[in-house]
Design a protein around this ligand. Structure first.
Ligand code: COA
Length: 179
């Protein structure tokens, strides 16, 4: 079996690689914005400082390559975001939930689509996961579009399921089977 620390996924423009301890110093410069946290769970906080980065880097190592697959997204060797999958529990271990984010200056260039497509390929060929799921806030049509372009279908909408920073929105559930 390949050691997860040696995995790298090449897309047309990006390389996805495992996180490094040294990324903690760089992460706040791209992650410290309300624009990202607005669309994510509170595990991706705002403000986002080096302590937040270290908390994430420590958390993501548990079960790496077995129950969680987490990647730094790099472009021309610069860290530009993160993506990954986390295996479901109990009767849902054949599923994994997908997450992804990019630094704001990299939005609108088709990069997230490229990255999620590559992640789908990796999960298909390198893991036993049979279904990928994703949840998207109602006010995040860009993320829904990324998932649609990567073959995810809408499975349901939970009304008013998200409350963040004084505002409430729906939670959209999307998913795709893996061959
Ligand atoms: C969501 C996110 C990853 C998208 O990244 P991106 O690289 O800009 O996405 P892409 O360029 O690959 O695709 C975006 C698509 O959404 C569309 N889009 C953008 N804003 C939109 C809007 N307001 N309404 C509808 N569609 C929109 C784009 O036109 C594009 O679709 P197209 O190729 O058919 O034209 C990025 O905005 C981000 O990191 N957001 C914060 C974190 C986040 O939301 N993570 C996902 C949580 S589920």
């Amino acid at each position: 079996m390949i050691d997860f620390s040696d995995v790298s996924i090449h897309t047309k423009r990006c390389i996805l690689r495992p996180w490094r301890t040294s990324d903690a110093r760089i992460l706040p410069s791209i992650a410290n914005t309300k624009k990202i946290s607005w669309n994510t769970s509170n595990k991706f906080p705002y403000p986002y400082d080096e302590t937040s980065a270290n908390t994430f880097l420590t958390f993501q190592t548990h079960g790496l390559g077995k129950d969680t697959w987490q990647f730094a997204i790099t472009l021309d060797e610069a860290l530009i975001g993160g993506c990954g999958c986390i295996r479901g529990k109990d009767v849902q271990t054949h599923t994994a939930i997908v997450g992804y984010w990019l630094g704001v200056e990299y939005w609108g260039k088709g990069l997230a689509t490229e990255v999620v497509q590559a992640l789908v390929e990796y999960m298909t060929h390198e893991t036993d996961v049979k279904k990928l799921t994703a949840t998207v806030f109602g006010w995040n049509p860009a993320s829904r579009r990324v998932l649609e372009k990567c073959g995810f279908d809408l499975e349901g909408v939970s009304k008013d399921a998200v409350h963040k920073w004084g505002k409430t929105t729906d939670l959209w559930y999307l998913a795709r089977s893996l061959p």
